[in-house]
Write a protein that binds this ligand. Structure first.
Ligand code: PMP
Length: 385
């Protein structure tokens, strides 16, 4: 056969895939599996907290299903969202293949090349990655300074925020900050996209009322996840949205994956309906609170003189601000060599990264590992030029 290579059309990829960079988190997670590695990277819930599934799923769980999600699950989610004060009915609940999919669908819905998107900075790295992939231009905002005028002046297509136990900072908005953001969105008409995967991991009293529960007559999308409260491998999350946004989101979902895994949906429904659910959530909070406290104590021992931090009232992360502006990205290779992984803070900034920041996950390492790992990390920080 003569070679036909010359006749072949050149491979023609879309312009946007040129902006698709590998996730630094995924790269770090690869080294986390090495023997002896103590990991403060990633946001892996502890495997001991995962539910014990006894499988007795109906056949329907193996058949194609509705794009919006299984009706019984949507109904159950809508009930829980309504109890949080959200204007959510089952017909405006969309089951997602992980809440990460919600970010992707919302990016597709709003973002073209050059579209301004208002984000906290720092914020969730993989949300920045998705919005950036669609061409977003970031407009950093902080809950204490946001206003309708700021939104009117800069005209973002949407505002993305994680008001409860933020990733990466662990911060939880005050009642006043929640009200101010809702008010700014309503007065300017900027759609609010609230990402709320950590709300069930609550250790200390704090206001967790969704910002979207304070929005009326203005577009909003609220999303949650079963990754932290049940298990991330199920790949299930959900969103609820105001009426004008719901239909296009369902169409995008259809185009993306037809519907989410029905076996997972069935498993989650069993867990949500289980009589022991409130007790399970309380145990989950107790388990992680103890981890948070142990990590806080170990931090005070090793980082008391080196860094400042706020003890998070929930979620999975401590956010450290070093007293010296060390570029923590430069510390990572040496840390990994010594068997400790962490996330340099710089990657979480939409622009103008602050130096000397680290995100430390406290849910994965055992208590003795916390001590060993933080001692090694503190040594590196102290020795940094
Ligand atoms: N949003 C935030 C803020 C997150 O931290 C995460 C996971 N770390 C997600 C969304 C995605 O979670 P999942 O797809 O597992 O629901």
């Amino acid at each position: 056969m003569p070679s036909r290579t010359a006749d072949r059309l050149p491979l023609s990829l879309s312009a946007r895939v040129h902006d698709l960079h590998p996730s630094p988190i995924r790269e770090i997670l690869e080294v986390v599996g090495r023997p002896g590695m103590i990991s403060f990277a990633g946001g892996l819930p502890a495997a001991e907290t995962f539910p014990d599934f006894g499988l007795a799923a109906p056949d329907s769980a193996l058949q194609y299903g509705p794009s919006e999600g299984d009706p019984a699950l949507r109904e159950r989610i809508a009930l829980e969202l309504a109890a949080l004060g959200l204007d959510a009915t089952p017909d405006r609940v969309l089951v997602l293949s992980g809440s990460q999919q919600g970010i992707d669908l919302v990016g597709k819905l709003f973002v073209d090349a050059g579209t301004p998107v208002a984000v906290e900075s720092p914020t969730y790295l993989a949300a920045l990655q998705v919005f950036r992939f669609f061409g977003a231009r970031f407009l950093p905002f902080a809950p204490e300074t946001v206003s309708a005028d700021f939104f009117r002046d800069h005209r973002p297509a949407l505002a993305y925020a994680i008001p409860t136990f933020q990733n990466p900072t662990g911060r939880c908005y005050t009642v006043a900050e929640r009200a101010a953001l809702a008010e700014a969105c309503m007065a300017s008409g900027v759609p609010m996209f609230e990402d709320d995967p950590y709300r069930d991991l609550v250790f200390d009293a704090c206001d967790r009322r969704p910002v979207c529960a304070g929005i009326e007559g203005s577009p909003w999308i609220y999303q949650g996840s079963f990754s932290k409260s049940l298990a991330p491998g199920l790949r299930l999350g959900f969103l609820a949205a105001s009426p004008e946004l719901f239909t296009p989101l369902v169409r995008l979902k259809q185009a993306a994956d037809l519907h989410s895994n029905r076996l997972s949906q069935w498993l989650v429904l069993q867990q949500l309906e289980a009589a022991g659910r409130p007790a399970r959530l309380a145990r989950l909070a107790d388990f992680y609170r103890a981890k948070r406290d142990a990590f806080d104590a170990a931090l005070r021992r090793h980082f008391g003189a080196l860094a400042d931090w706020q003890t998070p009232a929930g979620g999975l992360f401590f956010w450290l601000q070093l007293k010296r502006p060390v570029d923590t990205r430069l510390l990572l290779p040496a840390a990994i060599q010594r068997g400790v992984a962490f996330m340099p803070g710089e990657a979480f900034y939409a622009s103008d990264a602050a130096l000397g920041t680290l995100r430390l996950n406290f849910s994965h390492a055992a208590e003795d590992e916390m001590d060993t790992g933080l001692a090694k990390l503190a040594e590196l920080v102290s020795a940094a030029p």
